[in-house]
Design a binder for this molecule. Structure first.
Ligand SMILES: [Zn+2]
Length: 221
């Protein structure tokens, strides 16, 4: 399986009259095919590299490859230098198709969506820390060495009274926040149905315990 490599895309073809005489049939009209080299990963084009071109006889289809075009000592019907310059100019003419950047565009789009999401979440977290509310499911990162293997857990804020909160902590914790997040959403569904099996018995904590743990995400915003 090819994970990454180079693709060749035919981006333009020009007819060249009075080119060199074809070595096979002697005709002087050729087609100049211009190929864009594109770096790909899993066949998704990421970004363009250089270009190559080849000349194909319009009559017998014999092909003169890129290297030979600019170095071949052929019988010229045109001035060799003039032809070489014309071909070089044509090679630069076509615009690079946007499809050569699809992979890069996807990566940038995901990056900006994720960046926007993270920023939005950090605002919500800050707002919540200033004014905690009951009936919220949270993902928290627990401090201390004893939790270093499973630092993420979810917590359900059952009630808030003055400086105290009643909190159900999740039984399942995970090293991965994403797993925790999934667990938390599942747990919330079960919690709504009155199924508390994913939770420890509720614990009374001081409302400033949120300052001791790291609040990662608020699930039911
Ligand atoms: Zn030919």
């Amino acid at each position: 399986m090819i994970l990454y490599g180079v693709q060749f895309k035919n981006i333009s073809t020009y007819e060249i009259k009075d080119c060199f005489s074809c070595v096979e049939c002697g005709q002087t009209t050729h087609h100049l095919h211009i190929y864009q080299r594109v770096a790909h990963i899993y066949h998704i084009p990421f970004f363009p590299l250089g270009r190559i071109c080849e000349l194909q006889c319009a009559h017998c289809k014999a092909v003169t490859e890129h290297k030979a075009i600019f170095s071949k000592d052929l019988e010229q019907t045109k001035n060799a230098q003039e032809l070489s310059n014309e071909l070089k100019a044509l090679k630069k003419t076509p615009r690079t198709p946007w499809t050569c950047y699809i992979g890069l565009a996807i990566v940038l789009a995901i990056g900006s969506i994720w960046g926007g999401y993270s920023y939005h979440n950090s605002l919500l977290v800050q707002e919540y820390l200033n004014q905690p509310k009951a009936s919220k499911m949270l993902i928290v990162k627990l401090p201390g060495k004893e939790f270093s293997q499973y630092p993420y857990t979810f917590a359900y804020i059952d009630s808030i009274e003055e400086e105290k909160m009643m909190v159900y902590f999740g039984r399942i914790s995970s090293t991965h926040q994403s797993n925790s997040s999934k667990d938390a959403k599942l747990a919330l569904e079960e919690f709504k149905k009155g199924d508390y099996h994913r939770f420890e018995d509720p614990i009374l904590v001081a409302s400033d315990w949120l300052n001791d743990v790291q609040l990662m995400e608020i699930i039911n915003k």
